[in-house]
Design a protein around this ligand. Structure first.
Ligand SMILES: [Ca+2]
Ligand SMILES: [Ca+2]
Ligand SMILES: [Ca+2]
Length: 326
């Protein structure tokens, strides 16, 4: 029921545009590429003049891009925490003095530090909640993130990082918060976007900040991977992902069509076996197609399933991935 309420809530709130692809050079690519900010914070600096000002997120077929406008007066580390599935970590993935108390805990944390002082090489990695602890791969290539933070002056800088959608299980929508923290495990959150509780002291040991404020329901899949799409026709039939994902027992597969279309939905398991097939006609606009395992004659096991939406009118085929988690 809660998922249904959430679904209804954000169906009306989503807007998207055909954006460009950001270049990972540490320079803001402009809102023509990134779209409008997903959130603008209060602009008031936290500890040590750390100021997390604006949060940007966009995507293309391969990557989700996270960007933040930041100013800071010294070397600091940063994180985008992302909630796309149930569960997650209640503590910071680098053991900073930060606890997570969001309505649903974060599942991914692309994070790193910008240079300065004794840290003259920028660094980033992706952490993910493995079900019981934070895990992750270490040391993203320098081509995957960049920043232009001037740590000796309180001027606006920019951090950007891209994560392959495949490494985040192809999320449909997610909740995101960005924050700046310190260079030591005793250090708490210095400033966040959206705004949240800040550290009031450099050494937060035993006095953890509580972060609990996401920017909610961000569409992380405005440009899904597709087969056979070309030019302007591609924009007329677009997959918006499925929600919830993971799901049990039902999920809503969301898409748009610019013209009236006869659409076939196929669900396939990882062995390529057809699990479900149905056909419906849709009027122009945004639609959701409910897929429920309760309507099947077989008992599906937990795992990855693929779905295709085939548009008989244009010959286009959209492909998505979903996870049944019982
Ligand atoms: Ca850039
Ligand atoms: Ca602030
Ligand atoms: Ca979560």
């Amino acid at each position: 029921m809660r998922a249904l309420i959430l679904f209804i809530f954000f169906t009306g709130a989503i807007s998207w545009s055909i954006a460009g692809t950001p270049v990972m050079d540490g320079i803001f690519d402009g809102e023509s590429v990134w779209g409008a900010p997903k959130h603008i914070a209060d602009g008031v600096p936290g500890w040590a003049d750390a100021n997390a000002k604006k949060l940007y997120i966009t995507d293309d077929e391969t990557y989700i891009y996270f960007g933040a406008e930041v100013s800071a007066a010294k070397w600091m580390s940063w994180a985008f925490i992302v909630n796309t599935k149930s569960g997650g970590g209640s503590y910071d993935s680098w053991s900073r003095s930060i606890d997570y108390a969001h309505y649903d805990l974060p599942d991914y944390a692309p994070r790193g530090h910008f240079g300065g002082g004794d840290q003259d090489v920028n660094y980033a990695e992706l952490n993910f909640w493995n079900g019981t602890a934070w895990d992750g791969y270490v040391g993203l290539a320098q081509t995957e993130f960049a920043d232009t933070i001037s740590v000796n002056h309180v001027v606006d800088g920019w951090i950007e990082i891209r994560i392959p959608k495949a490494d985040m299980d192809y999320p449909g929508v997610g909740d995101v918060q960005f924050y700046i923290t310190g260079d030591n495990n005793d250090h708490g959150n210095f400033d966040a976007c959206p705004d949240d509780e800040n550290a009031t002291d450099w050494n937060m040991s035993g006095n953890h900040n509580i972060l609990d404020n996401y920017q909610m329901n961000i569409n992380l899949n405005t440009t899904p991977s597709t087969i056979g799409e070309t030019g302007s026709v591609a924009r007329s039939f677009t997959l918006l992902g499925n929600f919830p994902n993971p799901f049990n027992p039902a999920t809503q597969i969301r898409f748009t069509t610019a013209q009236k279309a006869r659409v076939q939905l196929n669900v396939i398991n990882t062995n390529g076996q057809l699990i479900y097939s149905a056909e419906k006609t849709f009027s122009p606009g945004e639609h959701s197609w409910k897929f429920s395992t309760n309507e099947l004659n077989v008992d599906l096991t937990s795992g990855v399933y693929f779905y295709t939406l085939s548009n008989a009118s244009t010959g286009q085929k959209l492909v998505g991935k979903m996870v049944l988690l019982k």
